[in-house]
Write a protein that binds this ligand. Sequence first.
Ligand code: NDP
Length: 325
Amino acid sequence: AKAPVRVAVTGAAGQISYSLLFRIASGEMLGKDQPVILQLLEITPALEALKGVAMELEDCAFPLVQGVVQSDDPNVAFKDADYCLLVGARPRGPGMERKDLLAANAAIFSVQGKAINDHASRDVKVLVVGNPANTNALIAYRNAPDLKPGQFTAMTRLDHNRAIAQLAEKTGTHSTDVEGMIIWGNHSATQYPDVHHTTVAGKKATDLVEQDWLTSTFIPNVQQRGAAIIKARGLSSAASAANAAIEHMRDWALGTNGKIVSMGIHSDGSYGIAEGLIYSFPVTCENGQYTIVQGLDVNDFSRDLMSKTEKELGEERDGVAHLLP
Ligand code: NDP
């Protein structure tokens, strides 16, 4: 039998985690043969609620779960962690300005980046879900000088999956017929869902849909999908966000078999994107590593949208620069 791996999850008593933890525990993230030790972090006031979640995990009697740690101390929760899913973040409160939100999260992700640096496995893989996810991931890696920036990623997989679903619906096909979808940039309303390299049942997506539909319907619908869910459900998306987190980590750890997925990763300057930003790129994964898909043609339309979302990420970085080491 395989040795257990340690999976740390923050915001573990929150809505996304309520779906996420049970799927990690059942083996959907790392495989049905991979035992896990769950290391759950919450803020002190949420520890009682976290206890309830841990009791429910216990009541599932999952064969793969070898232990559940509950803590409000990042140094405990990230100890020897092989995988960290940073879900908890400070939500925007009434009257809170964007800079206050950035500052509140900078405080959380600085502490967590440092704790991961000091205590996690040297091969740790980190996924940031909590918003602003890309910039939170940047803050975390800047506080983790002993690890590689490439070990810190941000989630754009939900956007990726949403884009696939919208295109499949429009073309009357199934989501599994859609390949080569790309989300570029920030997990925000400036993200660029790009179908120029996408195929649907083997046909070029750009031959199947009108440019006008892309500009006036597809791109805004994908960008605004989170708000549409809140309007319909009265709550933010949680199960679909958890599903995307599972798929992001599963693909990173176990590989994509050549399939292209989108991940927010440390920019190495590919496609002219400023080095050091956490920017969503098309990648494939193999042997626990992701690789940016290179050599794709970028037309003027795409370049403009890729630059807009890059600019926003640069502004977010500059907004927290004074808080970074
Ligand atoms: P959720 O579990 O619903 O959301 C958690 C984070 O994920 C939010 O920042 C949210 O952003 C983000 N997110 C990213 N993508 C999506 C998406 N597609 N749909 C919805 N959310 C998305 O929040 P809860 O408030 O239920 O739970 C958060 C928990 O985190 C609380 O229990 C809180 O105590 C905890 N927390 C823990 C910390 C820690 O462990 N140190 C620090 C801060 C909070 P958005 O706000 O934009 O929806």
